[in-house]
Design a binder for this molecule. Structure first.
Ligand code: SF4
Length: 426
């Protein structure tokens, strides 16, 4: 056994880490015990701390349970190297395997608390580039409006909740004025997404947030404005005169995934019923299959939901369909890990994706290819694209890619705007 003073020094260093704070008392104590038993270095203990946090988020057996199984099977051969190696192999094998989601009966109980909507008087710019766009990926040059900060929907993979932790949702007090001052070139076309740091419809028209954006669209016919949501909060839009350069898109996923990872959102059926209702009013709708997650049974689940979408909509009513998956930057992984939430979104291979961490290209080809194939009857009439993916992934899924982001931007704008039809007739 190593002296308590020596091991405490290393554990004290770990205590400065937010991941350590998220561990249960039992897991913290076990790290001390393991450190003392095998004389792990600080770096090795840090690795075990990360694995311990992951196992508990994934509802796996604890590191302590795995280590006792390993010790039992290795007997006297169990030493620092073999024990750490076996724990890491288990961790890596779980990250390469499909996630096993269980059907949850407690969805309602785990809904996040609603947040208080407040007005903010910040000097922040409301107009900017898509925050995750990159020159290294084939990107659509989306511009965004940051009208609202914070979200109550509580999707476990979303970093918005880790940035806005004050329990509030704030609406920019001067939103309408700031929107009016955006220096748009009237000779240019813009695809603008609302909801950079929030869900576009979750708080409805509180503090006039939708009115301000609808007016902005009305005053700028050279833009197409997209409200992106996982809610069914469409009442205000149903009652409003929605300009024909506005469209509404839903992020869609199978109900099993929604139950496990998107706790406060509308169900799949509520989302597509809302899309149907706005479509009946003459509003163009779109669907984002993002994030598509590689879990046991995903093939059948996606086949089922896509069949439903295809049966409920005419492709002429659908602006676009995008596909994307889980892609993380390192600080976001750390923040999500530090939440200690029950979630499997970090149970992915963390393969390099032009500097970010995601699935391997082989898995991406499989999941995107599967979703795209289910839409075969819509391939010629709906605009399909990948979000945040590099050229080689585009080529493996579509057989080709846009020459550059400007070509992609123009193709998307022209396809979507050609489907925007007048609402006057409705
Ligand atoms: S493809 Fe996705 S990440 Fe890239 S600019 Fe468009 S929305 Fe943003």
């Amino acid at each position: 056994m190593i002296s308590a003073k020596y091991i405490n020094k290393k554990i004290n260093l770990l205590k400065n880490d937010s991941i350590y704070s998220s561990l249960t008392l039992q897991n913290k104590d076990y790290l001390v015990e393991l450190g003392s038993k095998y004389n792990f270095s600080y770096q090795e203990l840090r690795q075990l701390m990360i694995i311990s946090a992951d196992f508990s988020m994934w509802k796996e057996k604890s590191v302590s349970e795995y280590v006792s199984e390993i010790e039992k099977s290795l007997g006297p051969k169990a030493d620092k190297k073999t024990v750490l190696g076996a724990v890491k192999r288990k961790w890596n094998s779980l990250k390469s395997a499909k996630i096993k989601y269980e059907s949850t009966g407690d969805r309602i109980k785990s809904r996040p608390k609603p947040r208080k909507v407040t007005l903010s008087d910040s000097k922040n710019e409301v107009f900017g580039m898509c925050p995750v766009a990159s020159e290294k990926t084939v990107c659509c040059n989306l511009m965004t409006i940051d009208a609202v900060q914070g979200c109550s929907l509580g999707c476990s993979y979303c970093s918005i909740q880790t940035f806005y932790t004050d329990g509030k949702i704030s609406v920019d007090k001067n939103l309408a004025e700031k929107l009016a001052k955006i220096p748009l070139d009237p000779n240019k076309k813009y695809h603008i997404g609302s909801g950079q740091s929030s869900d576009s419809l979750a708080i409805g028209n509180r503090e006039g947030v939708l009115d301000a954006q609808l007016n902005f669209a009305r005053n700028n016919p050279n833009i197409i404005l997209e409200f992106k949501t996982k809610s069914d909060n469409i009442d205000y839009l149903l009652r409003s005169n929605v300009p024909n350069n506005v469209f509404v898109s839903w992020s869609l996923n199978p109900q099993l995934f929604i139950d496990n990872e998107e706790h406060g959102t509308a169900s799949f059926n509520q989302r597509i019923s809302s899309a149907r209702a706005l479509s009946d009013k003459g509003v163009l709708v779109g669907f984002h299959f993002h994030p598509i997650v590689y879990y046991e049974g995903y093939e059948l689940d996606y086949t089922h939901i896509i069949k439903k979408v295809v049966s409920m909509f005419d492709p002429l009513e659908v602006a676009m369909i995008s596909m994307g998956t889980l892609t993380f930057i390192k600080p976001a992984i750390k923040k999500l890990r530090s939440t200690g939430l029950s979630s499997n979104v970090l149970q992915i291979p963390m393969a390099d994706a032009v500097g970010k961490s995601s699935y391997t290209k082989e898995i991406k080809k499989e999941i995107f290819g599967h979703v795209l194939n289910q839409f075969s009857s819509w391939h010629d009439t709906v605009f399909f694209y990948l979000c945040m993916e590099e050229r080689s992934v585009w080529e493996s899924v579509f057989g080709q890619a846009y020459i550059d982001n400007t070509e992609f931007e123009n193709a998307l704008f022209n396809s979507v705007s050609s489907k925007m039809y007048s609402l006057e007739s409705v």
